[in-house]
Design a protein around this ligand. Structure first.
Ligand code: S3P
Length: 450
């Protein structure tokens, strides 16, 4: 599957119980960061469990273009010989980040304080997404950026030859923006300070500390104040990438919706900045338990067990939880369609600037399948039809967005009639084994032209 290739239409049919174990791939956020920080360290970083989805493979290619030695040793096992902070070479060609906002924004940050010029591009989805949120703070370091109208890719960045450290308050809840500023701060002398009002995923901070950078986070009345001391020598690491809670969301939610299901999703990271969906599902009445709770690599980890849950009720999702489940609203809306009552989701303006406008994409696809959805600029409300009562029978557009495609395929597993998705190709960006994994549990998801 490729987000650049021909569309891959798929149909998901109502199916019998989903049973078994779902071993989902490595965490996408941590995979990108492992490659980028590995490339900025001095020496050999060894990574196991890397997500080999297209987004991450594009980042691996980019790191090689900057001069790091990046080698695949086996399935999910990679070695990166880094060039050190400030050691990036100027790539010979344009850096194509494909579908990945995380890839392009973090890589922009990582090169922004080196004296090199880099042109970035991506697919139609990525080239429509806002980049000023990253290039504005990077300009404070002295980085110049020229892109298309509205701050869109393709875009060329001229890294600051004599960077200065910055103090920056992130205006939107975005781990990508926070991370871009921190990565740029690595090659600026002195202390770079990033302030975020709402906590977003903190993998960059944790991993920078792991690579030996001096970094601290203080919780204040203004939010989280993160202070990084620039120009460290990053030391290489052995990294075991935990499995992705955002990918686990799909087999978990499908199991809640399909009658008779009982699915175990082992080894899922429950970092509090990522786990909001699971608590929301429990509040809705889902039969979802955390088994074998433990700590691995400083992060809480559990095996998730999800069983069919016909009595879920709609809730008002606390807006302050949004950042910890921002990628999970599409699949949550499919669960909400099978609950009773309304599920109200507010404070989610960021959903409009993801790989697609996710509120619009989900609302129109749910409506095409007989579900009532109201929406506004930063909110949406799904009126549940009760377990198994979603009519289905609709065609949904994925808009080059992996999570939209997977959400609708999960919806079809428990609807009255099959649900079609116009292009499931983008699933390869984050969850390349989605089809065989769901089929192994008992789902009936088929390619229409295969
Ligand atoms: C990510 C941050 C989030 C998330 C994305 C991954 C990251 O984006 O949606 O899938 O790895 O930093 P924003 O920073 O735009 O919220």
């Amino acid at each position: 599957m490729s987000s650049h290739g021909d569309p891959i239409p798929m149909t998901s049919r109502p199916c019998g119980p989903l049973k078994g174990e779902a071993h989902v791939p490595g965490d996408k956020s941590i995979s990108h960061r492992s490659l980028i920080l590995g490339a900025m360290a001095v020496g050999e970083t060894h990574i196991t469990g890397l997500l080999e989805g297209q987004d991450v493979l594009d980042t691996a290619k980019a790191m090689a273009a900057f001069g790091a030695d990046v080698e695949r040793l086996g399935e999910g096992e990679w070695r990166v010989s880094g060039v050190g902070v400030g050691g990036f070479a100027e790539p010979d060609n344009v850096i194509d980040c494909g579908n990945s906002g995380t890839g392009v924004r973090l890589i922009m940050g990582s090169m922004a304080t080196s004296p090199i010029t880099v042109t970035f591009t991506g697919d139609a989805s990525l080239n429509g997404r806002p980049m000023a949120r990253v290039t504005d703070p990077l300009a404070l370091f002295g980085t110049q950026a020229v892109g298309r109208e509205g701050g869109r890719l393709p875009m060329t960045l001229v890294g600051a030859a004599e960077p200065v450290p910055v103090r920056y308050e992130v205006p939107v809840p975005s781990a990508q923006v926070k991370s871009a500023v921190l990565l740029a701060g690595l090659n600026a002398p002195g202390q770079t300070v990033v302030i975020e009002k709402e906590a977003t995923r903190d993998h960059t901070e944790r991993m920078l500390a792991g690579f030996g950078a001096e970094i601290s986070t203080e919780i204040t009345d203004d939010g989280r104040v993160i202070t990084l001391t620039g120009q460290p020598e990053l030391k290489p690491l052995d990294i075991i990438v935990p499995r992705d809670p955002s990918s686990a969301a799909f087999p978990v939610c499908a199991a809640l919706l399909v009658p008779g299901s009982d699915v175990l999703v082992p080894n899922i990271g429950l970092n509090p900045t990522r786990a909001g969906l699971f608590y929301t599902l429990q509040e809705m009445g889902a039969d979802l338990t955390f088994e074998n709770m433990r700590e691995e690599g400083g992060e809480p980890v559990a095996d998730l067990r999800a069983r069919y849950s016909p009595d879920m009720k709609g809730i008002e999702v606390p807006p302050e939880r949004a950042a910890s489940m921002i990628d999970e609203y599409p699949i949550l809306s499919c669960v909400a369609a099978n609950a009773t009552g309304q599920t109200v989701m507010r404070g989610v303006k960021e959903l409009r600037v993801k790989e697609s406008d996710r509120i619009e994409a989900m609302a129109s696809g749910l409506r095409a399948n007989g579900v009532t959805v109201e929406d506004g600029p930063d909110w949406w409300i799904v009126t549940g039809k009760g377990a198994g009562n979603v009519p289905g029978g609709g065609l949904c557009k994925s808009h080059l967005d992996h999570r939209i495609a997977m959400s609708f395929l999960c919806l079809g597993m428990a609807a009255e009639k099959p649900v079609k998705v116009d292009d499931a190709g983008p699933i390869a960006t984050s969850f390349p084994i989605f089809e065989p994994l769901m089929a192994g549990l008992g789902a009936q998801v088929v390619r229409d032209n295969g």
